[in-house]
Ligand binder design. Structure first.
Ligand code: TXA
Ligand code: MG
Length: 316
């Protein structure tokens, strides 16, 4: 039994349907294979984290096939459009301010006000995105902490049947992940060195691209720089219904009385899909001055959920 499909027109249409129906498709890009899902379907995105076995929710890159799609997702300016026209499709990812603020897009962005986006330079990836008709969220298609896959076989060895389909497009010719630049500030900041040389960006912009280490304002790796979203009001975690205080908006899990339930049937994928949107709703409501979150089992996606809400509860 294998879920590896050789490239053909019918493979692409089957894969596009899988994406539309909330499934996972591993596909080739010029950098590494991506583990893709509909970026606007938070439950499908939660499945990516589950399949990777990620201990936390890193924001994911949204992959698009046309520059026009950028305008729906992000705030753009002349620098952004010029870079896109020059280097896309290609191994360059932009971090931009979000325009699309829908809760369904929150998990991809890990609740941040920014997003990351790129247009991959691979005919299969571009065709898949076009036919799916949505941006495809995709980290590298491997289990967390293992090396990035550059062949369909690598994907299969790492993820096996955790993914619905793997499209075999041969070996990736760049072989390292995309370069990531932050374009939310006036200066262009390199967040991750990758498939496109920093010098190429500098020559095109005619300005220096800043490497972020050493400066606490400009941290050195994407993971570090993420000022993760935390609610504006005090948040306690691991609180049972009995322990909840009167001033607390209560986010439940499993069958219980609460203001919002991450998953009445105690499904961790569903809970992950709802998490960021519910934290936003909880801080926006005006009836309570604080938030309490029910205990979440520390297994599967529960690890990532607990990591996230633990950080939310540190704040203030
Ligand atoms: O080449 C690539 O970029 C591959 C292929 C599949 O496109 N994808 C990839 O994704 O490497 P991933 O998830 O393994 O790496 C994305 C990186 C993460 O380190 C994440 O923290 C960072 O991008 N990132 C995503 N959104 C961000 C944001 N809004 N701000 C800062 N960093 C962000
Ligand atoms: Mg990766």
């Amino acid at each position: 039994m294998t879920n590896i499909y050789v490239y053909s027109n019918s493979t692409i249409s089957k894969a596009a349907n899988t994406i539309k129906n909330g499934g996972l498709v591993a596909f080739p890009t010029e950098t590494v294979y991506g583990l893709g899902a509909n970026a606007f379907d938070s439950k499908a995105v939660a499945k990516i984290f589950e399949a990777k076995g990620r201990p936390n929710f890193n924001p994911l890159i949204s992959h698009i096939a046309e520059i026009e799609s950028l305008h729906e997702l992000a705030q753009t300016d002349e620098r952004v459009i010029a870079l896109a026209k020059q280097f896309w499709p290609g191994p360059l990812t932009f971090v931009l301010n979000r325009k699309k603020l829908d809760p369904s897009f929150d998990l991809v962005c890990a609740g941040l006000p920014t997003l990351s986006v790129r247009m991959p330079n691979h005919p299969i990836a571009l065709e898949l995105i076009k036919q799916a008709g949505v941006p495809i969220a995709a980290p590298s298609a491997n289990r967390s902490q293992s090396i990035s896959p550059t062949t369909a076989r690598h994907v299969y060895e790492s993820l096996g049947l955790r993914v619905d389909m793997i499209i075999d497009g041969g070996a990736c010719n760049v072989g390292v992940e995309s370069t990531i630049i932050d374009l939310t500030t006036q200066k262009t900041v390199l967040l991750r060195a990758g498939g496109l040389a920093k010098e190429d960006i500098e020559n095109f912009l005619n300005e220096e691209v800043i490497i972020s280490h050493g400066n606490p304002e400009l941290p050195s790796s994407p993971g570090q720089m993420l000022k993760h979203y935390a609610p504006k009001i005090p948040t306690r975690i691991n609180i049972t219904p009995q322990e909840r205080s009167e001033n607390e908006f209560y986010i439940g899990f499993g069958e219980m009385q609460c203001d919002l339930n991450l998953s009445p049937k105690a499904d961790l994928v569903e809970a992950a899909a709802n998490l960021f949107a519910f934290m936003h709703l909880a801080e926006e409501q005006t009836k309570y001055s604080a938030i309490a979150i029910a205990p979440i089992p520390d297994i599967g996606l529960g690890l990532a959920i607990n990591d996230r809400i633990r950080r939310a509860s540190y704040n203030k």
